[in-house]
Write a protein that binds this ligand. Structure first.
Ligand SMILES: [Zn+2]
Length: 455
């Protein structure tokens, strides 16, 4: 089934609608939301990252709510999230269910795992040096560390916590009936299944994408013969098929096009002249991929967290996502990967812009700024709020005249002097007077911006 052309990538993100008691109803178009607001039938609840309104005269009981599905593509730096309307129709000719999706909201959650890791390493360094000062009143402490079962490093736990938190938030604003999560990159069971070791992998079938993803991971995305990276890689038979080599994954490797053609049907013993390298290739070919299922603890844990939300949770593989995305002609972004997770036959559209949700935290306890040598360089004020604003508040600044004249929307950074900074998508503008600012939404530990979905 070919994808439906038309408004793909040009529609606006939908507006979330709550009933008079704050329960989610079916989302609506921005135009309809404007109409409801201008007639006084609705109020704005939230602006970013999901524009949310509450209807004053409607309750869930009297409304038709079809529900939406949330797709999740977990990553180490960012996690793609897509809210989709899914339509299933029965294809009578094939007797299969045909699933079509329309993306109504796209988001990318940018984690701060690296920042957390660095902060903890800095703290560990300070504590280590303090212990090594060997003060005689300090009682010896060792072998006193325990980790509770299920412990995860703080940077990974942060990823889990924020993804779960965002699934819960989305379920408050949208009528979520199901969640689809990309759990692993490729399906080991599919690889071990004898049928897929057949020739099908070359025809770009799902099994083929699965084999390719597996080989890319196993051979580290490089030509096995010359070590070239960032070049197109062909699937190469270590023992050529012309010489009776099989199609099993243990006989497959990756080679750049020149090496692949130069080798042809030549036995590998003749093509690779360095005996040490030959031994290495043969050993690696036989060995299964290190941590065979490419188990990503965080991804499994994300699935368990999602199950705690009490909606239907389905899992899929990265190979399926990639296959869907390329077959349906969607560009590669985190958010569009989330849109293409799981069983899918057609994509009818997606929003032109993606909400970028950056984890910023809510400030720090430390009140003094120190130099690299640990001497105080300056101080934060005791209170966080100045002139009605706190750092991180989503606000609007209207500067009527001067060199910085203009209207800015973004995240404010406050100073006790009343001279504020504002960070917009375009950059930071410094030293604006607090009287120019209007509050849009209070800080909640995240910074919200927009970016083009395909740019
Ligand atoms: Zn090569």
């Amino acid at each position: 089934m070919s994808p439906v052309a038309g408004d793909r990538g040009t529609r606006q993100a939908s507006v979330a609608v709550l009933d008079r008691r704050g329960r989610p109803l079916q989302p609506t178009r921005p135009g309809r939301a404007r109409e409801l607001l201008s007639k006084g039938r609705a109020v704005v609840i939230r602006v970013a990252p999901v524009f949310t309104i509450r209807l004053k005269d409607r309750s869930e009981e009297g409304s038709v709510v079809d529900g939406v599905v949330v797709g999740v593509d977990p990553g180490s730096v960012g996690t793609g999230i897509a809210v989709v309307v899914e339509r299933g129709s029965l294809d009578t000719s094939r007797g299969e269910v045909h699933t079509s999706r329309t993306g109504i909201w796209l988001g990318e959650l940018v984690h701060r795992g690296l920042a957390i890791k660095q902060a903890l390493q800095a703290r560990a360094g300070l504590r280590r040096s303090r212990r090594n000062r060997n003060l005689r009143y300090r009682a010896p402490r060792f072998l006193n560390r325990t980790r509770p079962p299920g412990w995860l490093p703080p940077s990974l736990r942060h990823r889990l916590d924020t993804v779960e938190s965002w699934l819960r938030r989305l379920a408050r604003w949208f009528p979520v009936t199901g969640i689809v999560i990309e759990q692993v990159r490729f399906d080991m069971q599919l690889l071990q299944h004898p049928n897929i070791a057949g020739v099908e992998y070359q025809q770009g079938t799902l099994a083929g994408t699965n084999v390719r993803e597996y080989l890319l991971a196993k051979w580290e995305r490089a030509c096995v013969y010359c070590g070239a990276t960032d070049v197109p890689l062909n699937i190469d038979h270590i023992r050529a098929r012309a010489r009776g080599g099989s199609d099993r994954v243990s006989n497959l490797t990756l080679a750049c096009i020149p090496c692949n053609q130069a080798k042809g049907a030549m036995p590998i013993e003749e093509f690779v002249t360095d005996p040490a390298r030959l031994h290495q290739i043969m050993a690696q070919a036989k060995a299964p991929l290190r941590d065979a299922a490419a188990v990503n603890t965080t991804r499994y844990a994300i699935v368990r967290r999602a199950e705690s939300l009490g909606v239907r949770v389905a899992t899929s593989t990265g190979a399926v996502t990639k296959w869907n995305r390329t077959r349906l002609g969607a560009p590669k972004t985190h958010a569009l990967d989330a849109l293409a997770v799981g069983d899918l036959d057609a994509l009818t559209g997606w929003p032109a812009s993606t909400s970028v949700i950056r984890c910023t935290g809510r400030g720090r306890y430390q009140r003094s700024i120190v130099t690299a040598a640990g001497f105080p360089r300056g101080y934060f004020t005791r209170q966080k709020r100045h002139y009605g604003f706190a750092t991180g508040d989503h606000s609007r600044a209207f500067v009527p005249d001067g060199t910085k004249a203009g209207i800015y929307f973004g995240r404010v950074a406050v100073r006790a002097t009343g001279s504020f900074n504002i960070t917009t998508t375009a950059g930071t503008v410094q030293g604006l007077h607090h009287r120019h600012f209007t509050l849009i939404q209070r800080a909640d530990g995240y910074a919200y911006t927009q970016k083009g979905t395909t740019s």
